[in-house]
Design a protein around this ligand. Structure first.
Ligand code: FE
Length: 239
């Protein structure tokens, strides 16, 4: 065998060995993908489709807002959650498990923020529906018992949403058998307070700025009067 042939043969062997090694590495990677200790994106958490078309909430929330809010902001939270959960060895957990495991953990703030924001947005899209709806009989009784009237609920929710300082969320929750209106900052949500969320409203500026600029109160009123999904709220009540 002359040097050229030898060299060619070595190249071929190296190439074949590399291919085999590559397959082994790729396969190991696949196993790692489903394991819990390698920094791969988790296959578990996906962005649910919007429950309506992007222009379905007009004229109260524009298609352009949903294109950015759902298509960019929410998607980024989902992507970041998958990356960070994989890196933290939590890629096999559900979204709710990640939130509960990272809430209050100083070294996992970023994962908590992205996971909770993913969950909050999943919940927010379902909290709205084109066309005004009304609470069913059970919820109407609960609203009257907890707030005195639907008007009082509206005022309390509007107040919470407008006075949330900076970015955050307004919520209707069930807390120890009673309905309550609450507000949370940034990504925080009622899950780690032992409350059952029924409805939410995103009051981060990205939720309304394209349509309402600084007029958050107008956005809140438009959603309260025209888009709240009371069927979804009822479905979130314990049976
Ligand atoms: Fe948002």
């Amino acid at each position: 065998m002359n040097d050229n042939i030898l060299s060619h043969e070595m190249d071929r062997r190296t190439f074949v060995t590399s291919l085999i090694s590559g397959c082994v590495i790729a396969k190991t990677g696949m196993f790692a993908l489903y394991g819990d200790s390698i920094a791969y994106a988790s296959p578990e958490i996906t962005q649910p489709p919007l429950p309506y078309k992007e222009d379905a909430l007009e004229p109260y929330i524009s298609k352009r807002t949903l294109e950015f809010h759902y298509g960019k902001h929410h998607k980024a939270y989902v992507d970041n959650t998958n990356q960070l959960a994989g890196a933290a060895g939590l890629g096999s957990l559900s979204l709710e498990e990640i939130i509960m495991k990272t809430a209050g953990s100083a070294d996992r703030v970023s994962l908590f923020n992205n996971a909770a924001q993913t969950w909050n947005h999943n919940f927010y899209w379902k909290s709205m529906l084109p066309g005004a709806s009304k609470p069913n009989e059970r919820l109407t009784k609960m609203i009257d018992a907890s707030f005195g009237s639907h008007d009082n609920f509206n005022k309390e929710f509007q107040n919470a949403a407008v006075t949330q300082f900076g970015s955050g969320w307004a919520w209707l929750v069930l807390d120890q058998g009673k309905l309550k209106v609450t507000k949370t900052s940034n990504a925080e949500n009622p899950l780690d307070h032992g409350q059952t969320p029924l409805l939410t409203l995103d009051v981060w500026e990205h939720a309304y700025y394209l349509d309402y600029q600084n007029r958050r109160a107008d956005y809140v009123k438009a959603v309260l009067d025209n888009l709240l999904n009371w069927e979804f709220a009822a479905a979130n009540l314990p049976k």
